[in-house]
Design a binder for this molecule. Sequence first.
Ligand SMILES: C[S@@+](CC[C@H](N)C(=O)[O-])C[C@H]1O[C@@H](n2cnc3c(N)ncnc32)[C@H](O)[C@@H]1O
Length: 321
Amino acid sequence: MTLALVSASEIPVASASPFLKWAGGKRQLLPQIRRFYPPTFNEYAEPFLGSGAVFFDLASRGLLDGKRVLLMDSNPDLIACYAAVRDRVDQVVEHLRRLEEGHRSGGSRFYYGVRDERFNPIRRSLARERAGGSADDVELAAMMIYLNRTCFNGLFRLNARGDFNTPAGRYANPTICDEANLRNVSSALRVPGVELRLGDFSDIADLTAPGAFVYFDPPYAPISRTANFTSYTATGFSNGQQQQLRDLVITLAERGSSVLLSNSVAPLTTRLYETSRKARRAGLRAHRVPARRAINCDGSSRGTVHEYLVSNVDPAEVDRR
Ligand SMILES: C[S@@+](CC[C@H](N)C(=O)[O-])C[C@H]1O[C@@H](n2cnc3c(N)ncnc32)[C@H](O)[C@@H]1O
């Protein structure tokens, strides 16, 4: 008998795709984003992970093979959910199947029961930053996926107390448990060198080396005072953080990393990236690209808007490859 030895790096990740719907998810912008993938890089970091559209795209194209990959977000529920899918996908699928059955028979009543009587109380009772996992993590991960697939617009919205409070969505037949994709995601996250981390984007300078490719997809700067959804966490994302992020992007560009950042076209971002001499001197260019914005808090401005892709990678060079 011949034993075929398959190393972990050969685990197929080709078909893994985002398993959560996420406000600001970048699936639709991928054709534009791909133009800024640098020809060479030695490690990849994504500090605003969300549903990870760019990570899964890079991984499925084999562009991360053999590289160190750092996936980070400041949302503890999100990172714990990814970790549970990575480490205990069988149990996550099992719980999710039960939730799917409950939803098929109970609809929105079942949704509110899970959200208010199970998900939020367990979250409240756990210090999410603790090291290691617990049995609750698997159930919480399954509930997070279930609520995400069935809630209004896939929003992860927290109230001032930190409770998840998005109402039920109105979907006739939502996909709740996509077992094949969850297993592919689990494999993609278990590839040696891939690291999940709970943290703030500002840690990224210390966590990456020159030559890295870093993709930043922060909560977007508001186009107007009411237009944008930025409450991914109870604290939101301030203008001061946008400024701090811009300075970080410049630091990384200056030390020889390839950077790509997406953001709204807004007075603040125009000042920080398009008309800033400091950004230009660091080799950054702000490209306005057409994008369909999928989630707005009032739903009034759906349609084509322009967004920024800011990078020190020249898309013309990449287009010629
Ligand atoms: C626009 S979403 C990213 C969407 C992602 N690119 C996708 O394809 O789904 C922004 C993410 O940034 C995270 N975030 C907000 N503030 C942060 C911070 N200070 N540091 C790290 N992540 C943060 C949010 O939790 C959210 O997941």
